[in-house]
Design a protein around this ligand. Structure first.
Ligand code: NAP
Length: 297
């Protein structure tokens, strides 16, 4: 069996077209342009590249985006004051503080300072709690993107055994929380694995749907999956590649070439989950604007 390739680029384009349509409608009917404020502290190259990607994506779907750049040595109090100001600014429906932050700034304090109604990253404890309780408001972007990829590609998780490798607060835990809910597009039996899991292959081999979010290149091998598994590879890892100008290439957590021979479907890296993350940020931002406009969704 050679797997169907689930392209995040294709699914993301479909969702972005829907977002652009909603943005047009908001402007025509309510004279509202959804607004996103992005706060970037320092010049970490990966963060700069993510922020640039977010700005471009916003522009493409008609979301007003402003990136506020602060020097790396900005004190915590100044970042908190900026967040407070953005909380009150009605032209921004969403606020995103790019993580990681320099070490003098407490990330939790900053995330907690964003009002839940503008927390389009879905990281505020109120939004995390709501998700767990089955009353999601803003869902975190990468896990929500994983769910959308599954559902829109015809792999409804309902009744399936989903095995998640990784338990981080940004991917593993929320993806498990989303897929275990008694909701359409979820309702799965979920197992979460981590470094404390003894005999990881014992669990991964039981997966109907395997979600790898470990940050370990090629950690999931063909021997660790059953025939017909659906694999979502969240991992993004740099491995040395002297044939590339940059000196590296990106790979996921899954041995793609070997696993695709056994899987029913699999996401590539790059071009898999990556494009979905920014797309779900756009979804959340437009939804925030719709809620602010009194359109209940
Ligand atoms: P993280 O915070 O480092 O968490 C990694 C998780 O994997 C931890 O829970 C860890 O277990 C577990 N783990 C690590 N090695 C393992 C092993 N050998 N066996 C079983 N479990 C193992 O990483 P993250 O932020 O969740 O990100 C995971 C990956 O996804 C990274 O490659 C990241 O770059 C990528 N990512 C991609 C996107 C995207 O948009 N495509 C977004 C976010 C993240 P412990 O808890 O026991 O340490």
């Amino acid at each position: 069996m050679t797997a169907k390739i689930i392209s995040g680029t294709v699914v993301a384009a479909e969702i972005r077209a829907e977002v652009a349509e909603k943005t047009k409608k908001l402007l025509a009917q309510k004279r509202i342009t959804p607004g996103l404020a992005v706060v970037l502290v320092g010049e970490d190259p990966a963060s700069v590249s993510y922020v640039t990607g977010k700005a471009k994506a916003c522009q493409e779907v008609g979301v007003h985006e402003e990136t506020i750049r602060l020097p790396a040595d900005t004190p915590e109090s100044q970042v908190l004051a900026l967040v407070e100001k953005l909380n009150r600014d009605s032209k921004f429906h969403g606020i995103l503080v790019q993580l990681p932050l320099p070490k003098q700034i407490n990330e939790s304090k900053v995330v907690n300072a964003i009002i839940p109604q503008k927390d389009v990253d879905g990281f505020h404890p109120v939004n995390v709690g709501k998700l767990l309780m089955g009353e999601p408001f803003f869902m975190p972007c990468t896990p929500h993107g994983v769910q959308q990829m599954l559902v829109r590609s015809g792999y409804d998780p309902s009744g399936k055994h989903v095995v998640v490798c990784g338990r981080s607060n940004i991917v593993g835990k929320p993806v498990a929380a989303i897929l275990m809910q008694k909701q359409p597009g979820a309702n799965a039996t979920v197992t979460i694995c981590h470094t404390g899991t003894k005999n990881l292959p014992h669990y991964t081999r039981q997966a109907d749907i395997l979600i790898a979010a470990m940050g370990r290149p090629n950690a999931i091998t063909a021997e660790m999956v059953k025939d017909g598994v659906v694999v979502i590879d969240v991992g993004v890892n740099r491995v040395e590649d002297k044939t590339k100008k940059s000196g590296f290439r990106l790979v996921g957590d899954v041995d793609f070439e070997a696993v695709k021979e056994k899987a029913a479907a699999i996401t590539p890296v790059p071009g898999g989950v990556g494009p979905m993350t920014i797309t779900m940020l756009l979804v959340n931002t437009v939804r925030a604007a719709e809620i602010a406009a009194g359109i209940t969704v």
